[in-house]
Design a protein around this ligand. Structure first.
Ligand code: GLC
Ligand code: CA
Length: 557
């Protein structure tokens, strides 16, 4: 495999609104990121992806951009970004921005002009269609619920929005629009960023037949994914985007592709000459140990997780680079998703973080993950902030749930759990801000915070640091990025084990992802224990007795 600068990425995702406020308005900002660069160096990361910071009415917290050329004033200004890049580079850290080009904000001037004159030049920047029989052009459901179409004033015209109605989809069939996007992308690369995470990229191409499909819900709409996700022909756009932008800068790019990218096109996306450096895929994101499907079956859920993670690795097998992540700003915290509530402690938290950390590819962590931040259950639906939460809540009610049931369902899965302010210390507002933050701090910040863990050599944070330093060590870095991947103990319930091998080096990674001990036979001679989340490891005569939730990394001959 051709080696690239970004192959050794230990990435860190920042949700800027919730990372660090420096000017006392209760909202995180760019200066707040710069202020914490030394902490990120201490952790050992070398790439930061910042969620959108462009000008936005914040209906989707920045994923609705109203000016691609500007930084939103709540985050600061371009000079703050320049300073951040400069300070990050001094410390060996590269900065990635979020590129949101499937849609704009409905307040973007392009869309405003399109509304004024749907048949004019800017009307062609969006997807505008005639209604049918007084209704929407078809019955696609938006990814966030409700119709995917919104009527334009009192006309019979509708615009497509796969996400909220404040996020009209751009018309990628229009070459003028595409060129404007490429120019904009290049301007940010010229400013000094090292690449992008690219939002909702699988939706750029739509099936333009707009057929009505049999409805799959009480709302009369249908999940139209096959018609707007990785649709045939999307590659032409993605190749053109890459050739006109990223390629000239050797940029690092991570496409958000969700599920359903068939194995035979995966290479086109992440192969040596792929459209992107790597992808965020969603294979693990639907699993939740407290969902109806997996409740009381935690071990079965872990086995399903293992199946999905291994399947991904087996498809890629050295032909591309995968991105190993577990948390992001769209998911509740991993400890809540993968560990039964009564089992959550240091051991289970540290083991979970290691599940895919040593798999081939690169690694991405999310803010708060390394100190084990948890979900903050709300007692009232009003305490949430994200419009999509309310759309979802209404949908639950429409489907016959009581208010209590609907709130419980929101509390179980809402992406807003990932967005509570970062817990830096045990001071007021967890050190995130000097004033009341835009979104409530989880009251557990007195026990769970960065300062406390940084001081403690046995903390979760200290354990993440050990994982990172092992992955980055001169001795093992190449093995963890490029080495062969072979599942081990595959049929052992609740065990996620694999061997990594490069030339004559062999490392075994064994996660006992369950609440009971496991006794396993190890093959070969064990040279060394490279890492464990327990102080004592029982390893004798080729037999290991793993503690509950033990993560053990062994070098064998
Ligand atoms: C992506 C983002 C998500 C956003 C959506 C629409 O999935 O991660 O936060 O709401 O795209 O832009
Ligand atoms: Ca601020």
């Amino acid at each position: 495999m051709l080696k690239k600068w970004w192959h050794n990425t230990i990435g860190y995702q920042i949700y800027p609104k919730s990372f660090q406020d420096t000017n006392g308005d209760g909202i995180g900002d760019l200066k707040g990121i710069t202020a914490h660069l030394d902490d990120l160096v201490d952790l050992g990361i070398n790439v930061i992806w910042i969620c959108p910071i462009n000008k936005s009415p914040m209906k989707d917290h920045g994923y609705d951009i109203s000016d691609y050329e500007e930084i939103d004033s709540i985050f600061g200004c371009k000079d703050d970004l320049r300073e951040l890049i400069q300070e990050a580079h001094k410390r060996g850290i590269k900065i990635l921005m979020d590129l949101v080009v499937n849609h704009t904000s409905s307040e973007h001037p392009w869309f405003q002009k399109a509304l004024e004159e749907p048949g004019g030049e800017y009307g062609k920047y969006y997807i505008i269609q005639e209604g049918k029989d007084g209704k929407e052009p078809n019955n696609w459901r938006s990814i966030f619920g409700g119709s995917a179409w919104e009527r334009i004033k009192d006309t019979n015209l509708y615009y497509l929005h796969l996400f909220t109605k404040w996020q009209p989809d751009l018309n990628w069939e229009n070459p003028i629009l595409r060129q404007r996007i490429y120019n904009m992308v290049n301007r940010w690369l010229d400013l000094g960023i090292s690449g992008f995470r690219i939002d909702a990229i699988s939706h750029l191409k739509k099936d333009f037949t707009y057929k009505n499909l049999p409805s799959d819900g009480v709302d009369g709409f249908v999940n139209g994914f096959p018609y707007f996700s990785n649709v045939d022909g999307i590659g032409t756009f993605l190749r053109e985007l890459q050739e006109n932008t990223f390629k000239h800068y050797d940029a690092m790019t991570i496409g958000e592709v969700d599920e359903g990218l068939p194995a035979d096109v995966l290479w086109e996306f992440i192969g040596e000459n792929g459209y992107f450096s790597t992808i965020f895929d969603f294979c693990h994101s639907t699993l939740h140990v407290n969902s109806t499907e997996w409740k009381d079956k935690p071990v079965e859920m872990i086995d399903e997780l293992k199946k999905r993670l291994f399947a991904k690795q087996n498809t890629v097998k050295g032909k591309g680079i995968l991105c190993n992540y577990l948390e992001n700003h769209d998911l509740s915290r991993i400890v809540e998703r993968f560990i039964p509530t009564k089992e959550i402690d240091f051991y289970s938290k540290s083991m979970v973080g290691g599940i895919n950390f040593f798999m081939p590819g690169i690694v991405f962590l999310y803010q708060g993950q390394t100190i084990g931040m948890m979900d903050y259950q709300k007692e009232n639906i009003e305490e949430f902030e994200d419009p999509t939460t309310f759309i979802q809540y209404d949908e639950y009610l429409q489907n016959g749930m009581t208010k209590t049931e609907a709130l419980a369902q929101i509390n179980l899965k809402t992406r807003e759990h990932a967005r509570t302010p970062m817990q830096w210390n045990d001071g007021k507002y967890a050190g995130f801000s000097s004033t009341e933050p835009w979104f409530s701090v989880n009251p557990n910040y007195r026990q769970i915070n960065y300062d406390l863990q940084k001081k403690n050599p046995d903390s979760l944070y200290a354990f993440y640091k050990k994982m990172i330093s092992l992955r980055k060590s001169d001795e093992f870095q190449e093995l963890f990025i490029y080495g062969e991947f072979t599942p081990i103990y595959e049929t052992e319930p609740g065990i996620i084990g694999y061997e990594r091998r490069l030339n004559d080096k062999r490392v075994l990674i064994i996660n006992n992802a369950k609440s009971t001990e496991a006794i396993l036979q190890v093959s070969g001679t064990i040279k060394k224990i490279l890492l464990s989340n327990y102080k004592n490891t029982v390893l004798q005569n080729g037999i290991i007795k793993l503690h509950r939730y033990q993560l053990l990394i062994l070098e064998r001959v």
